[in-house]
Structure formats: C-alpha cells, structure tokens
Design a binder for this molecule. Structure first.
Ligand SMILES: [Fe+2]
Length: 475
C-alpha cells in the first residue's frame, strides 16, 4: 500500500472494486451453451403466402395499428390501397358487423428511387372506452376488410398488462417463427425496438416492394393490437447513390406515432402511457446530445412520469447501451454518456434495445462515475439503475451475432445468440414476470425468466419522495 494520500485513496478504491466484484460473482452471469446456426436467415420469397395480397379491387392491405394518444383511449389505424386512393374512413363499433361510428383519415404516398408507393392511409380513432373490444372496417364494397382490437385498461398503478418485445424482425423464415411464437404468447401490445423490414438490404428495385411485403407480413398481429414503434438504422435509408437523401422517408410515411400527444416535435421520439406503464421511445439515430430537441424533450417527459399512476417506466431505443457482444460493441456509449444519469435518477425499470442480433440481459449496473481524466471506468452494481435488455434477435436476413466477449463481463446476467422474442407480464404495481423465448427448441419453459420488482413501489424510494412532499407513508 502506498503511503501518500493519493496512493491511499487508490488502494481503498481498489479494495472496494474487489469487494464489489466478489459480490457480483455470487450472481455470475450465464453464457448459454445453446448454439444456433450462424448461417444467414433464408428470405421468404415474395410470392409466399406469408405475404399474401388480399382479394378484391384496391383491397386494403398492410393493416396495422398503434396507440393514438397519451393514455390509450385512441388508436391510429394505417393501411395501404394499391390501385387508387379509395376511402380513408374507418367504420367502427363495439359489436361485429355493426359499425355505428366513423372516423375520417388522411392519405399520402411517396416515391423512393424508381418505386412509387401505394396510397397510405392513417386514421385516428379516438374517444374510445377503456378495456373494450372494438371492431373496425376499412375499404369499399366487396373489397372491404374487418378487424378488431382491445383497448387497454384505464391508467392505474395496479393494472395488469402484457407487452411483447420484438426487434430487428425482417422477413425471413426465422422472422415468421418469431412472429408466430409471439402471437401465441398472449401479449397485448408490441414494443418494437427498431429495424423493421430490412428493405434497404434488397436490390434497389425492391426496397419499396419489401416494405410492402413486410406490411402484409406483420398484419396478422399488428392489425389486431398496437405495435409501439421505434426506429433503427435500417429505417434511415440515406442513399445518395439512388438520389434518396431524406432520412427515414419510407418509415415516416408508413408508420405513424402519437408524438404530438407527448409534446414531442418529432415522430421519432415520443411517449405513451398504457395500463400501468409509461413508455418512452428514443431515437438512436437523431441528435440527442445536450440542448438538442430530443434531449430537451426527454428532460421534460421524465418530469411528467407519475409512478403513483404508472409505476413501470420503460425506455425503448435501437442501440443497446450495455452489450457484451462484439458486434456493434460500444455503439451505445455516446447515449449512455448523455442519458444514463437521468435513467438512474428516474429509476427506470427496463431499457429495451435491439440492433445486436442476439439476446442479452444485464444486472442493475451503472457507470456514472466514468471519468476519462481519472481513469475510473468500470460499471458498478447499482440498485437504482435499469435492467438493460437486448432483443435484436427477431430473425432478419443478416443472421446472428454469435461472438460475445470472453470472459463474460460482470454486468452481463444472461446472453445467448438465438432468435426469439420477449414478454413482460406486469402483474401489479410491484411485480412483473419477464420471459425471453427462444424460437424452435420445442421447450415449454422459456429460456430466460425473471421476476422483476418495480423500481418505485418495491423500493423505499417512493416513501422518501412521499415524505418529502409532506405526505404520510401509507404502505
Ligand atoms: Fe440495427
């Protein structure tokens, strides 16, 4: 041990690190031994029934819904008509075949290189009742089509709800397996963590066509329950060689988000509240450094979070902040440097990301003391920190990211390079059951299962906040 004051501090710090590492080693992480084929996923041909075109002249296709307001009493219904604009109206009601209500939508289209899109309709249906099944009808005459959705329970701290989490889906046979597994899971809404169709990976003539096929592909789920969208790098489609220099052009035309309801200035970042969850969507590929619009918006949105009403605070982004996979390693470091202290201070429960084509779950750790000058650089256990979950394993054509750093770092709890999806079943304001479900292995028991305690209600934090506000502790 050095005798100088500086040296003494260093020794104590090292001792602390050893103690912390000893504590972590009690919960050493798991690197699954399951090995999935490293070959790229096979793309489903365009004429496959997975992309089937509905019958009838100008029949609506690519039907999908998303939450349409801040609190879950509205949906945005979107679809495409291929031949002519037709009607943008939605007829709806609470019993099948009886559509006593009507909402008026809008229609748009766009070009991308030599592709001209169909007519893209978006219709806001608002003023809905909570916890109610609605039937809706779109299109005209014999070509009209009917679907249904269920509204969430009203905002309430104990409202149970099940979210699915899917990322980097694409349109391969593995994508289809993921989607079919998810549909069987009982999930009520999808939190989608970016990289949707991978249309940008196809021949330049097929970019638009592969957006259309993907829209038809996800309809089996997305027409019946909201998918909460966040954008990934495959949505950017910045292709100056094709004369396309407007980022997110296809994505923004096709996928609406209720960004205005959360006072956002941009559809790429926004928030919704649903049942007992407050969900914040961030854009990894839009500016977020200090003073930018996204930074300012997030600062204000975190102030609007009310854990007494929505105990579960969930953040979605595309690029993971903590990942021990060698692919895309540390690409999330810049966002960590900007936002991590806010996530910890706000007691975020979960941060879901995609981008890395594998699955990984972290322990609760933070690295807010990182200091490029002093050399402090290790993440440490932090019970105030979120759990970071990477679910970029939807099944796209690029294949799996199978190379993890070895040995497994202390912050990594479980990791496996397989395709799959997750479900988060919120039970009440204190507990949620989380599963990561690997595709195709025929097991009934999901591969990674954890019971999570809420970061607000299952800790002493809310008691302190309540007392500071002059209240009495009631639980
Ligand atoms: Fe990505």
């Amino acid at each position: 041990m050095l005798v100088t004051g500086r040296g003494m501090r260093l020794s104590l710090f090292q001792l602390l690190l050893v103690l912390l590492k000893t504590l972590i080693s009690v919960n050493a992480g798991i690197t699954s031994t399951f090995i999935r084929s490293q070959l790229p996923s096979a793309v489903i041909p365009l004429d496959d029934e997975a992309f089937s075109i509905p019958k009838g002249h100008n029949a609506p296709q690519q039907v999908h819904i998303t939450q349409g307001d801040y609190d879950g009493k509205a949906v945005i219904i979107s679809w495409v008509t291929p031949d002519e604009p037709g009607s943008s109206n939605v007829q709806y009601g609470t019993s099948g075949k009886k559509y006593g209500l009507i909402a008026e939508g809008t229609v748009t289209n766009y070009t991308f290189y030599n592709y001209k899109s169909g007519y893209i309709h978006h219709c806001l249906v608002d003023g809905l009742e909570y916890d109610t099944k609605y039937y809706y009808k779109i299109g005209v005459g014999d070509s009209s089509r009917e679907f249904w959705f269920q509204t969430p329970p009203k905002i309430d701290a104990d409202a149970p709800y099940t979210f699915g989490i899917i990322g980097d889906l694409g349109q391969t046979y593995n994508s289809l397996s993921t989607l079919e597994h998810y549909i069987q899971s009982g999930g009520q809404a999808v939190l989608f963590v970016g990289d949707l169709s991978y249309a940008d990976k196809y021949e330049s003539d097929h970019h638009g066509i592969r957006w259309d096929s993907w829209g038809r592909f996800i309809e089996r789920s997305a027409a019946y329950q909201p998918w909460i969208w966040s954008a990934g790098n495959h949505e950017i489609e910045y292709m100056p060689n094709l004369g396309e220099v407007s980022p997110f052009k296809s994505y923004l035309h096709r996928f609406a988000t209720p960004y205005v309801a959360s006072k956002s200035s941009n559809p790429l970042w926004y928030a919704v509240r649903r049942a007992s969850a407050h969900i914040i969507v961030l854009s990894s590929y839009s500016s977020y450094v200090k003073y930018t619009p996204q930074w300012q918006w997030l600062r204000e949105e975190l102030k609007r979070v009310d854990r007494e009403k929505t105990p579960w605070l969930i953040v979605l982004m595309h690029v993971p902040i903590y990942s021990s996979n060698q692919v895309h390693y540390m690409e999330g470091e810049s966002m960590r440097a900007v936002f991590e202290s806010w996530f910890v201070r706000s007691r975020v429960d979960f941060i879901f990301a995609g981008h890395v084509h594998a699955y990984e779950r972290s322990y609760r750790i933070s690295n807010m003391d990182y200091n490029v000058t002093s050399g402090v650089r290790y993440p440490v256990p932090d019970q105030s920190a979120p759990v970071y979950l990477t679910v970029g394993d939807g099944g796209n054509l690029e294949g799996l990211a199978g190379r993890f750093w070895d040995p497994q770092p202390d912050y990594s709890a479980f990791r496996e390079a397989s395709y799959g999806h997750s479900t988060l079943k919120i039970m009440n304001k204190t507990h949620a059951v989380y599963h990561w479900n690997r595709n195709d292995d025929g097991k009934k028991v999901p591969t990674d299962s954890v019971v999570f305690h809420n970061q607000y209600w299952a800790s002493n934090w809310h008691r302190r906040r309540h007392l500071e506000a002059g209240g009495e502790v009631d639980c």
